[in-house]
Design a protein around this ligand. Structure first.
Ligand SMILES: Cc1ncc(COP(=O)(O)O)c(C=O)c1O
Length: 435
């Protein structure tokens, strides 16, 4: 079985001549043979340059919450941009989006940005300004974007390089980061109560923030253990540390109010991007009025030529309207659960040891493990090569998850029961092939 990729490969060759690796994000490079060139998408489906059809579970790394080219979003953007795109003044659209975000998530103040990277970068600056402290804790396997402070022990970290759990090493994810930056970040294993308590108790006076993905959205969607997020909240309260929920992946996906609503607790600052705009570039930083107030005082620089531009805000307004008025999240949970259960059953029947991780809107599975994985180190212990072979066998059959199980399977409102059934048929065949 093999798809015709003649035009895709020719286009990729052209891309390769000018664009490093032929892609505009390193994460999109799957090697010379397997890097796709996609021409269009609609609902749950995308088509490559040769017209091969794929059920899309990558969804642009998560943003597509409603479906590709979702008509109400496309139409609202088209309508609004006829009146111009950028004025360097506040627009009614920005106000609508801020009001919707506040209503849905409970944040008291909100500023817009263009990407998740920008949002977490600004959140960190606000936390530092608010506390007058400089260091922060993040957790191994978490990814918060492309700037220097956070590119340590991300989900791209190779096995065996992070040192012992008792004394984790900050592993740099990229060349080009000034040596001094390393001192500002402390990486700890996710879900490790003892290590967390010990570190915070010893170093709280240096800590501006604990920045956490409430679910490990870049490491197979591994879930917080019961009490873990509450522990973070308690320690931040006790020591005056700003708790930042990086909800770039979980926001407007796990619930209308994101992980804060799903897990029933509040951070001091929250970052949103991805599902906020159904694939258009828009992001937000929200939080408690007192902490966000540091921006208003003029203490913290936040801005950008394109923040609050009409394209992104129109998309956010339309996306949030659908999320507020239709049973989007409920539908996604229902279909995602069918898929998780079906995958679990097929792997059980095939006697492949595995653990299904995450929640129905963003789940994954780790092969070759028997016990519940609780952190990135557990993810790495799984059989990533078998996962990749399975993913490639699925892609041949027109089902497109990421080839790497770190990246969850994302579902949209457009992934209906038929799509789920077709996926499970392909999954059963792919498992038979790779076993
Ligand atoms: C949790 C998390 N935070 C931040 C980012 C960075 O967002 P962006 O790629 O929009 O800059 C990502 C991107 O995948 C992410 O998953």
């Amino acid at each position: 079985m093999s798809r015709d990729l003649t035009k895709t490969r020719a286009l990729y060759e052209r891309a390769r001549r000018l664009i490093p690796y032929g892609v505009n994000s390193n994460f999109r490079y799957w090697g010379e043979e397997d890097t796709l060139v996609i021409e269009r998408g609609e609902g749950a489906i995308i088509w490559d340059a040769d017209g091969n059809r794929y059920i899309d579970y990558r969804l642009g790394f998560g943003p597509i919450i409603l479906g590709h080219a979702y008509p109400p979003v496309v139409e609202r953007v088209a309508k609004e941009i006829r009146g111009g795109t950028l004025f360097a003044w506040t627009t009614p659209l920005e106000i609508e989006v801020a009001e919707r975000i506040a209503r849905m998530t409970g944040v008291e103040k909100v500023r817009l940005a263009n990407s998740g990277t920008e949002a977490t970068m600004h959140a960190l600056r606000i936390a530092r300004a608010y506390t007058g402290r400089e260091r922060f804790i993040k957790f191994e396997g978490q990814y918060h974007g492309m700037y220097d402070y956070v590119l340590f022990s991300t989900a791209s970290t190779p096995a065996g390089s992070m040192g012992s759990r008792h004394n984790p090493i900050n592993v740099q994810t990229s060349s080009g980061i000034p040596a001094g930056i390393r001192q500002y970040v402390i990486n700890l294993p996710f879900n490790d109560f003892e290590r967390l308590e010990e570190t915070v108790t010893a170093r709280w006076h240096e800590l501006a923030a604990i920045m956490v993905e409430p679910v490990l959205g870049n490491a197979a969607g591994i879930l917080p253990r019961p009490g873990w997020l509450e522990k973070l909240r308690e320690l931040c309260d006790r020591y005056g540390i700003v708790l930042i929920f990086d909800e770039v992946k979980t926001g407007f996906r796990l619930a209308r109010g994101g992980a804060q609503e799903y897990f029933g607790l509040r951070a001091d600052l929250v970052t949103y991007a991805k599902a906020l705009g159904n694939g258009f570039p828009v992001a937000a930083i929200g939080g408690r009025a007192e902490v966000m107030g540091i921006v208003e005082e003029g203490g913290v620089a936040h801005g950008g030529t394109y923040t609050g531009n009409v394209v992104g805000t129109a998309a956010a307004a339309a996306t949030l309207e659908v999320l507020e008025t239709e049973l989007v999240i409920e539908t996604i949970f229902q279909h995602g659960q069918q898929l998780m259960t079906g995958i679990d059953e097929i792997l059980n029947r095939a006697s492949i040891p595995h653990y299904v991780t995450g929640l129905p809107p963003m789940f994954s599975f780790i092969l070759g493990v028997e016990e519940e994985p609780v952190d990135f180190r557990d993810y790495i212990a799984g059989d990533g090569r078998l996962y990749e072979r399975l993913a490639m066998a699925l892609i041949e059959r027109g089902v497109l998850p990421d080839s790497d199980g770190r990246e969850p399977w994302f579902l949209s409102y457009s992934h209906d029961e038929r799509i789920v059934a077709d996926t499970l048929t392909a999954f059963e065949e792919a498992v038979r092939e790779v076993k």
